[in-house]
Design a protein around this ligand. Sequence first.
Ligand SMILES: *[C@@H]1O[C@H](CO)[C@@H](O)[C@H](O)[C@H]1NC(C)=O
Ligand SMILES: *[C@@H]1O[C@H](CO)[C@@H](O)[C@H](O)[C@H]1NC(C)=O
Ligand SMILES: *[C@@H]1O[C@H](CO)[C@@H](O)[C@H](O)[C@H]1NC(C)=O
Ligand SMILES: *[C@@H]1O[C@H](CO)[C@@H](O)[C@H](O)[C@H]1NC(C)=O
Length: 472
Amino acid sequence: MLPTYTRLFAAACALATTANAVVPIEVKGKDFVNSKTGDRFQILGVDYQPGGSGGFDGKSDPLSDRKACLRDAALMQRLGVNTVRIYNLSPELNHDECMSIFNAAGIYLILDVNSPLYGGYIDRTDPESTYNPTYYEQVFGIIENFKDYPNLLGLFAGNEVINEQSVKKVPAYMRAVQRDMKDYISKNADRPIPVGYSAADIRPWLIDTVNYFMCEDEDSPSSHSDFFGLNSYSWCGRSSFTKSGYDVLTEDFAEASLPVFFSEYGCNEVQPRVFTEVEALYSDRMSNSFSGGLIYEYTQEPNDYGLIELKDNGDADLLVDFDNLMKQYSKLNWDKIEATNETATNFKAPKCGPGLIKNETFLGTFDLPKRPSKVQDMIDNGYDGVKSGKLVSVKSEDVPQTIKDHNGKELTGLRLEALPDSESNAPGQNTSGDSSSNSSDDEEGEENAAGKMSASILGLVAGAAAVAFSML
Ligand SMILES: *[C@@H]1O[C@H](CO)[C@@H](O)[C@H](O)[C@H]1NC(C)=O
Ligand SMILES: *[C@@H]1O[C@H](CO)[C@@H](O)[C@H](O)[C@H]1NC(C)=O
Ligand SMILES: *[C@@H]1O[C@H](CO)[C@@H](O)[C@H](O)[C@H]1NC(C)=O
Ligand SMILES: *[C@@H]1O[C@H](CO)[C@@H](O)[C@H](O)[C@H]1NC(C)=O
């Protein structure tokens, strides 16, 4: 597939560009939108936590090592992603270089505010005793540290805290955490950073869960989610829209009042993974209900979901899943997906209250725990225990590590490409290997229009480049 209009336009402008930053994303009704242009934004991304939660010690984190970020941002750029989710971070560390590298690559971040270390999370079996000021040093620390980066897309208040092991009142605590985060943000940040929850795919509770998080509560108007993430692994191998139950999910979220996306997806029961669910997720059929998703996960860990295998010296091997995913991404007609209007329908959130929650094993009341007075002080005065980060200058740069593809062949020319102002990364830039690609797995074979469009895009691009140069 040919490079997109935006990328070539970007290349044409690159010489004239000094500062660069992506445009912050905001929530409008059921959509994420670009806050400058108003265009709908769909998440195309991966989950990223090298070493897993078990490897997190607070002394380093996925955004504290410049060289590792350079390698991964360059590889993710090639893969085609525009968003990365990170689960565990330390607010005390300096993240300027990594956040700036991802920003220059045109990649947004969705960050979980929790840490697996003592005091850094709400205990699902004992929420009362873990909802305290010490916990908020972690939560407000993350907000304070990251709030000024334009590529911070959103924050997760919790990940699968509600599950079969959790006590019944946990949903109220999660809404309280959202309330406190959103009150902190509106008092202490320059823009409304979206806050949401990442839910386990427990089908009997799914509708109750989304209703619980999106409903409007008169007593606590800031406590609702701004977006809803679902961790879902129901499409395995070459499944289908109906076999996977994606049809049910699409129906379930059709009238949600907020953006919904897969905060994890990519079943590994059939290997290697072929990621045919990607085409379904971004198709017209699903895109009114979903704003894209994040593939679990970038690095290979003991649970065997990786796209790349990291070595101790920082070199890396791409696994066959990396290529398979890149192939699926590059089959998407991203120009068309980006040109999709915001979803016309603006659904109103239901009111929180009796009768909203149907399954009696799920919490049906909305009395949120009271905020401790020390937490109120932190909101009123700002938490000064950590420093706020800021972007630093980043230029295009070669990746120094040795990266091999899944056949053991060394990749050449791997480079972070610093995009100009306002650009985000897009799939389909890597053209090699496509000639041998096999589209017989396309259920409907409709998207091969991409090939036919090439010529007209080329024409557009030539025109755009001319315009760009005449503007300089
Ligand atoms: C997008 O909106 C415009 C203006 O309302 C309309 O003319 C156009 O047909 C819409 N495009 C799509 C793909 O729905
Ligand atoms: C309620 O939720 C529980 C736990 O997920 C489930 O086992 C049960 O079938 C659900 N009941 C109904 C009526 O859906
Ligand atoms: C495309 O990706 C493959 C595999 O990752 C790599 O070997 C190749 O060099 C890339 N081509 C370009 C043009 O980036
Ligand atoms: C295309 O896919 C089919 C079925 O998976 C396989 O039998 C065939 O060898 C593939 N062809 C190429 C050119 O990869």
